[in-house]
Design a protein around this ligand. Structure first.
Ligand SMILES: CC(C)(COP(=O)(O)OP(=O)(O)OC[C@H]1O[C@@H](n2cnc3c(N)ncnc32)[C@H](O)[C@@H]1OP(=O)(O)O)[C@@H](O)C(=O)NCCC(=O)NCCS
Length: 211
């Protein structure tokens, strides 16, 4: 950068504080996604921290009340141990800030072997807005395709507007509405069921989007 920020009359620096100037010169946060096959030490703690923050915020993929920390640790270890689930994590500047799971069809379910479920996607509130969820979804899609999955399905509460915009923008089609999807504070919340065709050889004629 050229110019002297302390020089009076340099219009580029007139209206910003030193803190704002530092922020504007800071490097872009680093966004990464990857599959997690083990969660060691700080990674497990970071994932639990992110989960707690998401639960506090009200988007804790199912949990409505905060579980004890040991329950969360056991939950994540259970996900890793489950042969039907694959866990993908998102990192912001190296810190795990959220995750998503790819649920593969069980071996007996030959009739639905073409489809998998993207479940329990979340990003901790402090890491939102950096493109982590979009990147994570793309990473899960690539992994699903590599497994020969032709259709990826997911569902969201109708109140999860950010997620709805995300999946709408990524080519997911809302094919059904579940009127008894979740119960929060004693009231039912509708769920939107989405699907995306990953295999270009598969052609689907969708009914009009249910509202
Ligand atoms: C939905 C969620 C995963 C998005 O995470 P994120 O990392 O902030 O999302 P990204 O930065 O990748 O944004 C991707 C897109 O999501 C949508 N989006 C993200 N935040 C949004 C907001 N606050 N309002 C509206 N749309 C939003 C936008 O379409 C955005 O694309 P754009 O930046 O090109 O406009 C996150 O808000 C979250 O964890 N919410 C609670 C849990 C949840 O809803 N999980 C999904 C269903 S299980």
């Amino acid at each position: 950068m050229t110019g002297d920020p302390d020089k009076p009359g340099d219009s580029r620096f007139e209206d910003i504080t030193p803190a704002e100037r530092l922020a504007s010169e800071a490097p872009e946060p680093k966004v990464q996604t990857e599959e997690a096959s083990i969660l060691k030490g700080v990674d497990l703690e970071d994932l639990c921290d992110a989960t707690e923050k998401a639960i506090e915020d009200g988007g804790g993929f199912g949990w409505l009340r905060m579980p004890p920390r040991e329950t969360l640790e056991r939950y994540w270890q259970g996900v890793l141990a489950n042969p039907v689930r694959r866990l993908f994590v998102a990192r912001l500047d190296g810190v795990i800030a959220g995750s998503a799971q790819l649920i593969k069809p069980t071996r007996n379910n030959e009739a639905q072997a073409f489809a998998a479920q993207l479940m329990s996607a979340f990003i901790a509130p402090w890491a939102r807005g950096y493109g982590l969820a979009r990147r994570l979804t793309e990473t899960v899609e690539i992994a699903a395709k590599a497994e020969g999955i032709a259709v990826l399905k997911l569902d969201v509460r109708e109140t999860q507007q950010a997620a709805i915009r995300l999946y709408d923008s990524m080519g997911y089609h809302r094919y059904a509405i579940d009127p008894v999807y979740a119960r929060v504070g004693g009231r039912f919340v509708r769920g939107y069921c989405y699907a995306k065709v990953l295999d270009p050889a598969v052609s689907v004629t969708w009914a009009p989007t249910p509202q």
